[in-house]
Design a protein around this ligand. Structure first.
Ligand code: UD1
Ligand code: CA
Length: 462
């Protein structure tokens, strides 16, 4: 492949999205549409990328300026005008090919890009565009072919007559140009059309009239061209992508008996034999081993989960849960936590920035924050780590086989030894040695007949 620069068009406002943000930041399965386009471009082996930004461009600039060259298109006068903004950059570049893509068409894949460029180079064309046949081509530019089947021009929906509107082959908005030919064509685009815009699509006709070779590569996957112009179309794309991901997981051996509310990002890896129950949202770099049961109603983001883990109605992110752990219901595991093998956590438990040793039980109403908990410990109901004194957070250590009585406050920083016990209701402020019992509460005193003596119970008189 000759040296190729990519231009991603992302300056449009996308009025129909009714969004305060650039349309291309709308998310398809948790990832911005433009990010998906960029990922596909990289996947095709192209790292030199120019973004044309405009409406709320500062948001895109902030995200992308470090890696890509972001060029402002101050007024949005059409896709051709957008590419014109990159002229200086292209003149400086030593690339031979320029591939242009729409930032709002997130289904374009690396393979289609590679194939498009291959055909373009083989045919030695001035421009080659990617097309597809759609059952409902409404809204897209139509591909007009001459009697020999060669590309004649592209006609936009707004400019198409009745006959042209019947054509089902549409322009994907992805094109490869020979750089010199693109620069020539850009200088000759006019805005005499229904929208008074400078259409990039007109370049094909301009080059053809210059006796240059223009080509079309029709993909057999019509999804490649799909874009979202409003939030309903965005939902439709999300649903399509969601089902695509779930189907592939099922074919790979993941059991999803009912897909209601199951949304899994395409970056998530799940091994065969695991079951995903309704209402589970799995995102980011989440990796799940085999024979787990995840859900119902669970959320994970960047969580590494081992084998045979139960994760029921719980929430976890940026943490690790090792094999045979049994989590939930109603547990929240926060970043930088490691839950070792065979740990039991739940219900109503929060763990933050802590390690919980193998076999330990945190069965109900516990908070473990900034703490190293050893193996085979047992935390009674309501016992917790007091890791914050209002100014500083400090860490504590609990030894293996410790037994923390119900409603114990472990005031950090503190060290509880191996096989140490704490009495229920204790507020522990000093270290507890190995094999010791710590009691830190007042002894009970019963004041006999106190109620009668103080006549608290007035009804007793009658
Ligand atoms: C465009 C194509 C159409 C094709 C369709 C595929 C033209 C004239 N039409 O139509 O043939 O079928 O894509 O999705 O090119 N943009 C800018 N600056 C502008 C205008 C647009 O950067 O001045 C960006 C938008 O942000 C968007 C992309 O270009 O990411 C496409 O623009 P849009 O207005 O959505 O074009 P379509 O009407 O979809
Ligand atoms: Ca569009």
């Amino acid at each position: 492949m000759n040296k190729t620069t990519a231009i991603v068009l992302a300056a449009g406002e996308g009025k129909r999205m009714h969004s305060r943000h650039p349309k291309v930041l709308s998310k398809l399965l948790f990832r911005p549409m433009i990010q998906r386009v960029i990922d596909s471009v990289h996947g095709a082996g192209i790292d030199d990328i120019i973004l044309i930004i405009g409406f709320k461009g500062e948001e895109l600039d902030a995200i992308y300026r470090e890696r890509y060259s972001c060029i402002y298109q101050k007024e949005q006068k059409g896709t051709g005008h957008a590419v014109m903004q990159a002229k200086d950059e292209l003149l400086k570049s030593n690339c031979e090919n320029v591939i242009v893509l729409n930032g709002d068409a997130p289904f374009v894949d690396s393979k289609s890009i590679v194939n498009l460029i291959k055909i373009h180079e083989k045919e030695k064309s001035a421009v080659t565009l990617l097309s597809a046949k759609l059952d409902d081509p409404f809204g897209y530019g139509r591909i007009i072919r001459d009697s020999n089947g060669n590309l004649e021009k592209i006609v936009e929906q707004k400019d198409a007559d009745e006959e042209q509107q019947k054509i089902k082959e549409v322009n994907s908005g992805v094109y490869v140009f020979n750089k010199a030919d693109l620069l020539f064509a850009l200088d000759n685009i006019q805005n005499n059309n229904a929208a008074n815009e400078y259409y990039l699509t007109d370049t094909t006709e301009i080059l053809k009239n210059k006796s240059k070779k223009t080509g079309v590569y029709m993909t057999n996957n019509p999804d490649t061209v799909l874009g979202a112009n409003d939030k309903y179309q965005l939902f439709q794309l999300n649903e399509k992508k969601r089902l695509e991901v779930l189907k592939q997981l099922m074919l790979d051996g993941v059991e999803i008996p009912c897909i209601d509310g199951v949304i899994i990002e395409d970056s998530v890896v799940i091994e065969a034999g695991t079951t995903i129950l309704p209402g589970s949202i799995l995102k980011g770099q989440t990796k799940i081993g085999k024979d787990c049961v995840i859900g119902p109603n669970s959320y994970t983001e960047n969580v590494i989960i081992g084998d045979e883990v139960i994760f029921n109605s719980s929430y976890a992110y940026d943490c690790e849960i090792k094999s045979k752990a049994d989590i939930g219901p109603f547990v929240r595991i926060r970043p930088d936590s490691i839950i070792e093998e065979k740990v039991h956590i739940g219900n109503f438990v929060e763990v933050k920035n802590s390690t919980v040793g193998a076999g330990t039980k945190l069965p109900h109403f516990n908070y473990i924050g900034d703490c190293e908990v050893g193996k085979d410990c047992n935390f009674g109901c309501g016992s917790l780590v007091v890791n914050y004194d209002g100014t500083n957070k400090t860490r504590s250590t609990i030894g293996d086989n410790a037994f923390i009585g119900c409603n114990t406050n472990l005031v950090s920083p503190i060290k509880v030894g191996h096989f140490a016990y704490t009495a229920a209701g204790s507020t522990i402020t000093d270290d507890v040695p190995d094999y010791s019992l710590a009691i830190a509460r007042n002894r009970q005193e019963n004041k006999e007949n106190w109620v009668i003596k103080t006549r608290k119970l007035k009804n007793l008189d009658r």
